[in-house]
Design a protein around this ligand. Structure first.
Ligand SMILES: C[S@@+](CC[C@H](N)C(=O)[O-])C[C@H]1O[C@@H](n2cnc3c(N)ncnc32)[C@H](O)[C@@H]1O
Length: 220
């Protein structure tokens, strides 16, 4: 038996068996003070962050691929951004984007405390617009914006990813709603997105059924 991991809102559920999910979360090593505080804040105030199990996946994918330039679409209060910023190391760069200035202000304070501000560019506004203006290709593009915009996210991101780069998205199983009848508009958009990434001749795609589902696509 493992200890029960405390339940947090960002854990979602609906994908793996609850006991297995508990087991996974109970095994995770503790986070540093800043990440732990963001997890608490997210849980209290319903901020939808990826949480530590997925944070580790992001970190690991950046490490394995040696990513140095990462563009994040939808960063909220900076939780996933900190995982990325730590993974790229010194000399790496992560673009934080969010439409909400208050989120960005909070995120900046967390970045300072985490000691990663130097590696992060904070941009407030529409992530899709910012990304569409980018000229230099990215090593990783992470999609975590409003779900109805996921198909647009795919179209904007693909040309801005280097060959061998990763296009990663969160929530692609959407609490299991992708497998149920009568999808709502958000679920419809995710269904369309998942079809696009699997059918794209430019990508090699898998979906990891961790937390709310994470898609990982390698650009050929
Ligand atoms: C799921 S949260 C991001 C969580 C973050 N990736 C994390 O795990 O810590 C989604 C965020 O994206 C922002 N957002 C949604 N659509 C956006 C868009 N088109 N451009 C910029 N920000 C957007 C929202 O304000 C919200 O804070």
């Amino acid at each position: 038996m493992t200890d029960q991991a405390p339940k947090s809102d960002w854990r979602m559920g609906g994908i793996t068996v609850p006991e297995v999910e508990d087991y996974i979360y109970a095994m995770l090593p503790p986070r540093d003070e800043v990440l732990a505080e963001i997890e608490l804040e997210a849980s209290k105030n319903d901020v939808p962050i990826v949480g530590p199990a997925v944070g580790r996946v992001l970190y690991q994918l950046a490490m394995i691929s040696g990513a140095k330039r990462i563009f994040e679409m939808g960063s909220a209060i900076g939780y996933s951004t900190i995982w990325w910023a730590r993974a790229v190391g010194e000399g790496g760069r992560v673009i934080y984007t969010d439409g909400d200035r208050k989120n960005a202000d909070k995120a900046r304070r967390y970045f300072d405390r985490a000691g990663v501000s130097q590696r992060i560019t904070v941009r407030v506004g529409d992530a899709l617009e910012f990304l569409s203006e980018e000229k230099e290709p990215y090593d990783i593009i992470f999609n975590d914006i409003d779900k109805v915009d996921y198909p647009r996210g795919f179209r904007v991101a693909l040309p801005r990813l280097k060959s061998g780069g990763l296009f990663i998205a969160d929530n692609v199983l959407w609490s299991g709603k992708v497998s149920r009848p009568n999808p709502d508009p958000q679920t419809k958009a995710i269904l369309e997105f998942n079809k696009l990434i699997y059918e794209s001749k430019d990508l090699f795609t898998t979906i990891l059924p961790i937390r709310d589902g994470v898609s990982v696509c390698v650009k050929k």
